[in-house]
Ligand binder design. Structure first.
Ligand code: BES
Ligand code: MN
Ligand code: ZN
Length: 498
């Protein structure tokens, strides 16, 4: 894991040096004059030869320029005054692949405000994530070597202070990425519940419910999905009490918590309505909604966020077997509403139906945000650039959209309407859980809305966002942890005490 430190600005004596180059005809960057002085102008000459102008997203590596440095990596940052938290993170992220052959590197960031110097560190940390628990034969020389990163800042102490809360968010992101990356034979519902339980060390309170407890709660929808699997389901509730008034006084006087609910299908084979073989291995990450809720709760606890929050995850495996649910079955949900099962591959909404109902009855939350890799349909609509946002509340939607733009974890609001809801009519039960293909990400959201009891609610369909097949500035390919930074920002901006 990358060790990040902050230090006073000075030309390093060895290792790699990253220059943050401001856009313009003549490149300018902190420490550029110093490194030129020490290398006889090698770096400026190289940048000129490369016609490097400092555009965001561009970079230029100069190998062995002299003065003991292994390399100088120029990263374009655009105009300094236009740099934001997000674009600074991207600059930090862009530097990482160029540094994989060095054990230590320094980033010259003294021209940046402290918060942006910290953002550079965040981007570098996010990009350097790697899941290599199951690689036993990778040669040392093939592994990225970067172990120590120094951010050279104008005010190292203040920049480090700005980094501290980012680091806990980063830690949350890593927890999510680790969970989502794990193979489904290792990470079954019971194992995932145990890993969540271990997060009590952060100050979270964690409750675990097994099949017996859930049967008592009337979770016919979730248990129907689980019944085909040899691996027992779990529901896990994480509590974070960070509001100043929490714990004191009677329950009735405590502030309402905010609530996050995640779909945690540790493997989705489709069940009896089995999926085609091609790409089925991807369905190990069908627990990403739950994984994100876990990482988010860890981040809130890690930075002692001044808020009361609950995180609930429904953990099941969706398998075909002699005990599996059939199309045509009718199940009774925890809310009492009955559902006709049409396609056992539409399992995520069944899990959410029971967990959301439990959440609102038990905690009467200020709002509920659920996250789920729910539909292929949302990928058809939005691709891999935006998550689908469905909500019954314009205020919460606006807050989510703003946090999305700030963090780069983007959401696009989709419609909800009675005309979609009506399609859920069943001839035998209160509703069926799927409709035809047209608009099926929307009708899935309509189904979920029937279980939120009119509460303020948003649903994020993250099917296109949870896993990436290509590297981007701050997200190496693989598990993205989409939603951790978005929701952490939502909480920090609007739901924490001053
Ligand atoms: N987990 C899938 C959705 C999914 C598909 C996520 C591809 C990521 C990538 C979900 O459980 C599912 O199977 N949805 C079906 C619903 C259909 C049967 C109504 C879908 O979207 O095809
Ligand atoms: Mn499915
Ligand atoms: Zn699924």
């Amino acid at each position: 894991m990358l060790d990040i430190g902050f230090a006073k600005s000075a030309l390093p004596k060895n290792g790699a040096l990253v220059l943050l180059v401001e856009e313009g005809e003549k490149p300018t960057a902190d420490l550029l004059a110093e490194v030129d002085h020490a290398t006889g102008g090698a770096v400026s000459r190289a940048l000129e030869a490369a016609e490097f102008k400092g555009k965001p997203g561009t970079s230029c590596t100069i190998l062995a320029p002299g003065a003991g440095l292994s390399r100088v990596v120029a990263i374009g940052i655009g105009k300094l005054e236009a740099l934001t938290q997000r674009t600074a993170e991207e600059a930090g992220g862009h530097a990482v692949p160029a540094l994989s052959r060095d054990t230590h590197a320094s980033i010259a960031a003294a021209a940046l405000p402290d918060a942006l110097a910290a953002a550079i560190a965040m981007g570098a940390a996010l990009r350097s994530y790697r899941f290599d628990r199951y690689r036993t034969k990778e040669k040392a020389e093939d592994k990225p070597k970067l172990a120590k990163l120094h951010v050279l800042a104008a005010h190292p102490v203040r920049a480090k202070e700005a980094w501290t809360p980012l680091q806990t968010t980063f830690d949350g992101v890593c927890i999510t990425r680790d969970l989502v990356s794990e193979p489904p034979n290792v990470l079954n519902p019971a194992e995932m519940a145990e890993r969540i339980k271990a997060l009590e060390s952060l100050g979270l309170k964690v409750e675990v419910f097994g099949p017996k407890e859930m049967a008592k709660l009337g979770f016919g929808a979730l248990l129907g999905v689980a019944q085909g699997s040899a691996n027992e389901p779990r529901m896990v509730v994480m509590h974070w009490h960070g509001a100043s008034s929490s714990g004191k006084g009677k329950k009735a006087q405590r502030p309402q918590p905010i609530a996050f609910v995640g779909k945690g299908v540790t493997f989705d084979s489709g069940g009896i309505s089995i999926k085609p073989a091609a790409g089925m291995e991807d369905m190990k990450w069908d627990m990403a909604g739950a994984g994100t809720v876990v990482g988010l709760m860890a981040a809130l606890a890690g930075r002692q966020a001044k808020v009361d929050a609950v995180g609930l995850v429904g953990l099941v495996e969706n398998m075909p077997s002699g005990t599996a649910q059939r199309p045509g079955d009718v199940v009774k949900t925890a809310s009492g509403q009955t559902v006709e099962i049409i396609n056992t591959d539409a399992e995520g909404r069944m899990v959410l139906a029971d967990v959301l109902h439990y959440c609102l009855e038990k905690y009467d939350p200020k709002f509920m945000v659920d996250l789920a890799t729910l539909t292929g349909s949302i990928i058809v609509a939005l691709g891999h650039e935006y998550a689908g946002l469905f909500s019954n509340d314009d205020g919460l939607s606006a807050q989510l959209t703003a946090a999305a733009e700030e963090t780069g974890e983007r959401v696009w609001r989709m419609p909800l309407a009675d005309a979609y809801d009506r399609q859920l009519k069943s001839d035998i039960a209160d509703m069926k859980h799927v409709t035809g293909r047209p608009g099926s990400a929307i009708t899935a959201a309509q189904f979920i809305q029937r279980f939120v009891g009119g509460r303020t609610w948003a649903h994020l369909d993250i099917a296109g966002m949870a896993w990436s097949t290509k590297d981007s500035a701050c997200v190496p390919k693989g598990a993205t942890a989409f939603g951790v930074r978005l929701l952490d920002r939502l909480v920090a901006s609007h739901y924490e005490e001053a």
